[in-house]
Design a protein around this ligand. Structure first.
Ligand SMILES: NC(=O)C1=CN([C@@H]2O[C@H](COP(=O)(O)OP(=O)(O)OC[C@H]3O[C@@H](n4cnc5c(N)ncnc54)[C@H](O)[C@@H]3O)[C@@H](O)[C@H]2O)C=CC1
Length: 403
């Protein structure tokens, strides 16, 4: 693959991404009757996702992890009922959209490079889907809501039980769909280790205007059925048994960390472990009772709760967290597991590195780039000098701006 040529054409397409995406979906739906019904009513998040995936591929062309990313993406796309014919149709519409917006940059060489690259992507995705089907994995798991608990205005804990066994590792996430908002899928971390009764736990924070979180927090009731996709994500346990580790969880980032700690509690020995549980205010520290129970079950677990002071902005908790981390020692010996809002991760990782943590031993889910909102540049030269944060870099993030 000509990585250089792929990147340079993508850079041109990226500048007109909104046109490219509109053209792509119009072309796809016009030329393939029936395909529109596979997509949700509101296409905006879908648009962001397409470019998020393309950006990931283009920025990881030489990364050996790209194969695994694509096979997992294909396995996950079974939930959309994506057949091989759809992959071919998407390829044709994508090249048409790129040709439309790239102008003079769309040379015969560029078209050849993109056709080859898309073929590679589609082959690996289809391979992932076929392997999962051959292993007897369903396209999605039906999960009954056995308990629905509200915490305050904007949080719900859902306990689910799947009809078929659900193979997950503690720390992983799933995408979830509800018949209340057809064909919409959103990812949530699982908040439990593997349990004997097979139940799963999700922590859902209400996003203002978010259709799925509103359905899950405010409308869903026990007895309903949700759909879960194949679990994914890299925030799984990597530390040798007994070796020291630090867990940092903020907001509903508590979910995967709770899963990891439940796994430790199921093990035979204690560990040298520190947990920092961060919340925007005391009343949002919903994980405290479970953290206390885990502290009793895990000898050697040290727990610190951090919140913003009353009437202070929620980000003050992050400053307090960084102060607390600076007071601790032994960072070079600790593996660090992090889960929370992208902004918190972006601020915490450099401090951990500065304190001596091995960057390769800091684990968190792949998160979008974080940037402060800026006005969009007006001219091409401004774009080149100071390209803005791309809209699709932060598709899943909450909108936690107000205190
Ligand atoms: N696997 C993972 O990493 C998971 C991540 N999450 C993410 O965690 C967040 C949870 O949202 P909420 O529960 O509403 O938490 P929240 O918005 O109340 O944030 C909790 C704390 O994180 C810090 N924070 C928030 N935004 C920040 C920013 N821009 N810069 C610096 N620090 C910031 C603040 O200290 C705040 O008190 C979501 O963004 C969600 O996507 C949730 C579950 C799993």
């Amino acid at each position: 693959m000509d990585a250089q040529l792929l990147r340079s054409t993508f850079a041109v397409v990226e500048r007109r991404a909104e046109h490219a995406v509109t053209f792509f979906y119009s072309h796809l739906f016009w030329n393939n009757p029936g395909v529109r019904e596979l997509f949700p009513e509101d296409m905006r998040p879908q648009r962001d996702r397409l470019f998020a995936a393309l950006t990931h591929v283009v920025t990881h062309l030489e990364d050996p992890g790209l194969r695994e990313y694509l096979t997992h993406l294909g396995r996950d796309h079974r939930k959309f009922l994506a057949a091989p014919a759809l992959y071919a149709a998407v390829g044709a519409s994508l090249t048409a959209a790129f040709a439309h917006v790239a102008g003079a940059a769309w040379t015969a060489e560029a078209e050849k490079a993109w056709t080859e690259a898309y073929g590679y992507v589609a082959d690996l995705m289809l391979r992932g889907a076929e392997e999962a089907a051959a292993a007897g994995e369903p396209a999605w798991w039906d999960a009954r809501v056995v308990r629905h608990e509200r915490y305050g205005e904007d949080l719900a804990l859902l306990t689910l039980r799947t009809r078929q066994p659900f193979p997950h590792l503690p720390g992983q996430y799933v995408s979830v769909s509800s018949l209340r908002v057809p064909r919409v899928w959103r990812t949530y971390s699982l908040a439990n280790a593997v349990r004997e009764d097979g139940t799963l736990e999700l922590h859902v924070s209400l996003v203002r205007g978010g259709v799925m979180s509103t359905a899950l927090v405010e409308e869903t009731r026990a007895g309903e059925t949700l759909r879960l996709s194949a679990p994914g994500g890299g925030l799984t346990s990597r530390t040798d048994p007994g070796a020291p580790r630090t867990y940092i969880a903020a907001g509903t980032g508590w979910a995967p960390v709770k899963g990891l700690l439940e796994e430790v509690a199921q093990g035979p020995e204690g560990v040298e472990a520190r947990l920092f549980l961060v919340a925007r205010a005391r009343e949002y520290l919903y994980g405290r009772p479970d953290a206390e129970r885990l502290r009793e079950r895990i000898p050697g677990l040290n727990v610190t709760y951090i919140t913003s002071a009353p009437h202070h902005p929620r980000d003050q908790a992050t400053e307090r967290l960084l102060q607390a981390l600076r007071i601790c020692g032994y960072w070079p010996a600790h593996d660090v597991y992090l889960a929370g809002p992208p902004g918190l991760l972006a601020e915490t990782v450099p401090v951990l590195e500065e304190l001596g943590t091995d960057p390769a031993r800091i684990f968190h889910d792949a998160l979008p780039a974080v940037d402060r909102p800026r006005p969009r540049p007006g001219s091409t030269s401004e774009w080149l000098i100071d390209p803005p944060a791309l809209l699709w870099h932060d598709p899943e993030a909450r909108t936690p701006r107000s205190p």
